[in-house]
Design a protein around this ligand. Structure first.
Ligand code: ADP
Length: 498
C-alpha cells in the first residue's frame, strides 16, 4: 500500500473512547463529566474525554507523591531507568504512523509535519534523555585532607506539565524527558484541544515499564492546570502556552508553595533578510515554509519579515509567488501543505487581526481569507501583509496563524532595533553572507533562538526558550535538567590521620 493509502486507511478507523490515566488505570473524571474532542478538519467529534477537575488532580498528585516517596522511579538503578525510557521511545516509534494520523485528526497538523516533526522529535527527545540516565554524575570536591564535599543533583518530587495544542507530542516530550530522567513523578495536563496523542504515549510509557505513579495524565480544561498550579504538593510547573496563563501560573505559585515555574510563552520572531544574503531564493523558501508550517501556529514562527530596502520588491514578489503555490485542505492529504487552524473561534480572531491591519493602512499583498477545505473545518490560507508599521498591533501581537507582516529597513542597526521592539524574545533569524553582520546580529538580538542562513530545526541538543515576555527557563538539552532537579551539598568531615 502506498503511503497515502495507508494514511487514509488509518484515518477511517474510529477513535477509541478516551480516558485519563491515573495510577496506571484508565480513569473517568470523578464527576463523571466528559467533553468532546473535535477535529478541526471538518468539525466532527472524534471521541469524548474525561472533563477532570481539582479533585482528579488531587488523586493524581497523591499517587505521584507516594511513588516519589517510595523511590519507585527515582531510586531505580539509572541503567534500568534508561532501559525503560528508551523502550518507551521504541514503542512510540513502532506506532509513529498511527500517532501522526491521530495528531492530524486531533489538531489539524499537516501529516508530513505530524510524522516528521511532532512524533519524530518526540521519539528522539525521549530516547535522548533516556540515554542520559546513566551518564549524569554527581560532583565531588576535596576541600582539604579532612573534608570531602559532595554535590548531589536531587529530583524535585512532583512536576506538573501543562501542555499546548500546537505540537503536543514534541513539546510534551521536551518536558517529560528531562523531568523523568531526573527521577521526578510527573502529572501531565494536555491541552483540551489536543490530548489524544499524549494519552496514547502515556499508555505506551506504562507498557515500557515507567511506574504507574511516575507518569499520569489528567485531561480537561484550564481548570485542571489551575488546580495543578495551586497545589501545595506540586514542586514545579513546566508550561508552554499563552502569556495570560503564564502570568496566572506565577500568581498561583506565589499564593501557594512557591513552586518552580518555567514558562515558554509566545513570540513575534523577526526574520531579517539582508541584501547580501548568500541565497535569496533559499531565504524566500524558508521564510515561507517556516512561517506557514502548521498554519502559522508555531510560537517561534518568523511572523515579521524584515527586508532590506533595495531588495524589498523583488523579495516580497518571490515569497508571494511561493506562498501562492502552497496547497490548503485536508491535512491528511499528502498533497496539501496547510490544514485548518485549531478552532472556529481562533480562525475568527486571526481574521479580525488581518482586517484591523488592513483598515489601518497596511497592504494585503496576499489574502488567504477565502481559502477552502473540507466542509465544517476552519481553513485560512497564507496571508502576507506589507508596509506594516513596526509599532502597529499586527507587528506587536502574536497572531498564531498564517499571517506574515513585511517591514522594510535600511541599515542592520535599524533591523535589530525593529526586531527587538516587541515585548517578546523567543526567536530571530538573519540571512547574510557577511560574518560581521551575523555576529553583530547574534550579539544584539534579544532572543533565545537565533537561526543564521537557515539555521536548524528544533533539535533536542540545543536549549529552547525565550527572553522578555516570551518567558524563562529552557526546554531541551542538558540545560533542561536544571529545571527538574536541585543541588544538595553534603560535606563529610573525617578524622585526620597522622
Ligand atoms: P492557548 O490560548 O494557546 O490555548 P493557553 O495558555 O490558554 O493557550 O493554554 C495552554 C494550556 O494551559 C492548556 O493546556 C490549557 O488548558 C491550560 N490552561 C488554561 N488556563 C489555565 C489556567 N488558568 N491555569 C493553568 N492552566 C491553564
Amino acid at each position: 500500500m502506498d503511503k497515502q493509502a495507508q494514511i487514509s486507511a488509518i484515518a477511517e478507523r474510529p477513535v477509541a473512547r478516551g480516558f485519563a490515566l491515573i495510577g496506571g488505570r484508565r480513569a473517568e473524571a470523578l464527576s463523571g463529566r466528559r467533553r468532546a474532542a473535535v477535529s478541526p478538519i471538518d468539525g466532527t467529534v472524534l471521541t469524548e474525554l474525561p472533563d477532570c477537575a481539582a479533585e482528579d488532580v488531587d488523586s493524581a498528585v497523591a499517587i505521584a507523591r507516594a511513588t516519589f516517596e517510595k523511590r519507585e522511579w527515582a531510586g531505580m538503578p539509572p541503567k534500568e531507568r534508561k532501559r525503560r525510557m528508551v523502550r518507551w521511545a521504541e514503542l512510540i516509534a513502532a506506532e509513529a504512523l498511527e500517532l501522526a494520523v491521530l495528531e492530524s485528526r486531533d489538531m489539524g497538523m499537516p501529516f508530513a509535519m505530524a510524522e516528521g516533526l511532532d512524533i519524530a522529535f518526540a521519539i528522539d527527545t525521549i530516547r535522548w534523555y533516556g540515554e542520559l540516565a546513566d551518564k549524569i554524575y554527581d560532583e565531588m570536591i576535596s576541600l582539604d585532607d579532612t573534608v570531602t564535599a559532595l554535590i548531589f543533583r536531587a529530583p524535585l518530587g512532583v512536576v506538573g506539565a501543562i501542555l499546548p495544542w500546537n505540537a503536543p507530542a514534541m513539546i510534551g516530550a521536551w518536558k517529560l524527558g528531562p523531568a523523568l530522567v531526573t527521577g521526578n513523578s510527573v502529572v501531565v495536563k494536555p491541552s483540551e484541544e489536543a490530548s489524544l496523542v499524549m494519552l496514547r504515549m502515556g499508555e505506551l510509557a506504562l507498557e515500557a515499564g515507567i511506574p504507574a505513579g511516575a507518569l499520569q495524565i489528567v485531561t480537561g480544561a484550564g481548570e485542571v492546570g489551575k488546580a495543578l498550579s495551586e497545589h501545595r504538593d506540586v514542586d514545579c510547573i513546566t508550561f508552554t502556552g499563552s502569556g495570560v496563563t503564564g502570568r496566572a501560573l506565577m500568581h498561583a505559585s506565589a499564593n501557594s508553595n512557591l513552586k518552580r515555574v518555567s514558562l515558554e510563552l509566545g513570540g513575534k520572531s523577526a526574520n531579517i533578510v539582508m541584501a547580501d544574503a548568500p541565497d535569496l531564493d533559499m531565504a524566500a523558501d524558508v521564510a515561507v515554509r517556516f512561517m506557514f508550517s502548521n498554519q502559522g501556529q508555531v510560537c517561534e514562527a518568523p511572523s515579521r519579515l524584515l527586508v532590506q530596502r533595495g531588495i524589498e520588491d523583488e523579495f516580497v514578489g518571490r515569497i508571494v509567488e511561493k506562498a501562492k503555490t502552497l496547497r490548503i485542505g485536508n491535512p491528511l492529504d499528502l498533497a496539501n501543505d496547510l490544514g485548518p487552524v485549531i478552532s472556529g473561534s481562533h480562525r475568527q480572531a486571526i481574521v479580525s487581526k488581518i482586517e484591523r491591519a488592513h483598515a489601518s493602512g497596511a497592504a494585503l499583498t496576499l489574502d488567504g481569507r477565502n481559502a477552502e477545505g473540507p466542509a465544517g473545518g476552519y481553513y485560512l490560507g497564507p496571508t502576507i501583509v506589507s508596509r506594516v508599521d513596526p509599532a502597529s498591533a499586527l507587528a506587536q501581537e502574536e497572531v498564531f496563524g498564517p499571517v506574515l507582516s513585511v517591514i522594510a529597513f535600511d541599515r542592520i542597526e535599524d533591523a535589530i532595533a525593529i526586531a527587538n521592539q516587541t515585548r517578546y524574545g523567543l526567536g530571530a533569524s538573519i540571512w547574510s553572507a557577511n560574518l560581521d553582520n551575523v555576529f553583530y546580529a547574534a550579539s544584539r538580538l534579544v532572543a533565545g533562538n537565533i537561526n543564521v542562513n537557515g539555521g536548524t530545526g528544533p533539535v533536542v541538543e540545543m536549549p529552547f526558550g525565550g527572553f522578555k515576555e516570551s518567558g524563562f527557563g529552557r526546554d531541551r538539552s542538558m540545560h533542561a535538567l536544571d529545571l527538574y532537579s536541585d543541588l544538595k551539598n553534603v560535606a563529610i568531615r573525617r578524622s585526620a590521620r597522622p
